[in-house]
Design a protein around this ligand. Structure first.
Ligand code: HEM
Length: 312
């Protein structure tokens, strides 16, 4: 799944084609293949969570830092190449949107440094987080497919060769959206949203001092009976208009407030499109229970089993 997400999201975010056989894909960049790029991300990812924070090539952390520096060099080169290509179309991809913002307001928020780091972070978030979400959704749909299938039939009719989903189709898939949210509630990929206190505050009689880091943990918040009726049940209807559960700061799979996830809408759309294709092409059911990796991202283990068959 990670591989598929990577292939889809790199062009969407950076506008870089990953087709190794095209001569121009990596022209002017310090890498020459998709495999090299993917390997760098993996080293960076493993290093980010390396336990021994020692800057050495003998530790995952040290290797991760080196990979990060190489990825930033790559982002810099991608930006340089994009500028040389001529006028920037702000709707072409995420990078172009930021570069156009910079051109419009050179003293604004989009400095080169910010753009490079955003490219790095967004690729990380999109392919690791979205692939974790889609895997968990496949698992949940394997247990509760019926209503989502009925909705797909209502929205798409009996068309069997849909290659693209229009925004209108996606907007009408309310139950699928609720099912994705329920998957995010019960199996949130991201484990934390952190805040460092800029001043001391007292909450419910407890003093939290300036400088402390507070962690909001979706695995705990999303399961609180104060906010979610029978939280242990997988019940997408809770996000429907009648019940209206999952208000801001209660459902925190994407964090909350000014630093809430920037890519939440994009993650929902990509997941909806992916799920709609899967539902159209395949039937599947789980054949046993699944296990989850809990850290650094909550993600289903690769060895879970499903029976999958192509729909006729
Ligand atoms: C299922 C997919 C995703 C999940 C579960 C997720 C989750 C999160 C969480 C929990 C945070 C911390 C929010 C906070 O501190 O309040 C965050 C931040 C962020 N996410 Fe995501 N994310 C996802 C996908 C994406 C995608 C696709 C992008 C970009 C294309 C993205 C970009 C970001 C950025 C830039 C931030 C930092 C925002 C800031 O600090 O102001 N995320 N995400």
């Amino acid at each position: 799944m990670e591989k598929i997400c990577f292939d889809v999201l790199v062009p969407l975010l950076l506008g870089v084609s990953l087709n190794d056989s095209e001569r121009t894909s990596f022209e002017g960049l310090p890498l020459s293949s998709k495999a090299e790029l993917k390997a760098l991300y993996k080293t960076y990812f493993d290093g980010f969570y390396g336990l021994l924070k020692w800057k050495s090539r003998f530790t995952a952390y040290g290797r991760g830092l080196k990979a990060r520096a190489a990825l930033i060099d790559l982002m810099r080169a991608v930006i340089r190449r994009r500028r040389q290509e001529g006028p920037i179309n702000p709707t072409a991809d995420f990078l172009s949107m930021m570069l156009a913002g910079q051109q419009e307001n050179p003293d604004g928020v989009f400095s080169d440094d910010l753009i490079e780091n955003q490219c790095l972070l967004q690729l990380w978030a999109s392919h690791y987080e979205i692939s974790a979400l889609i895997c968990s959704l496949i698992y949940q749909l394997g247990r509760h497919p019926q209503v989502v299938r009925e909705e797909q039939a209502d929205v798409m009719g009996i068309q069997s060769n849909v290659n693209r989903f229009e925004p209108d189709h996606l907007k009408q898939m309310l139950f699928l959206e609720a099912t994705i949210k329920e998957t995010l509630r019960t199996l949130p990929p991201s484990s934390t949203a952190n805040r460092r206190l800029t001043k001391s505050v007292v909450l419910d009689g407890v003093l939290y001092e300036k400088g402390w880091v507070l962690i909001a943990e979706p695995r705990i918040a999303n399961m609180m009976a104060d906010h979610f009726h029978k939280p242990e049940l997988f019940d997408p209807d809770r996000f429907g208009p009648e019940r209206g559960e999952g208000k801001m700061y209660q459902f925190i799979a994407f964090g909350g407030g000014v630093h809430a996830c920037l890519g939440a809408q994009m993650a929902m759309v990509v997941t909806k499109v992916f799920a709609s294709h899967l539902l159209r092409l395949f039937d599947w059911k789980l054949t046993g229970s699944a296990q989850f990796v809990q850290f650094p991202l909550r993600k289903i283990k690769d060895d879970y089993q499903i029976d999958i068959a192509r729909r006729v």
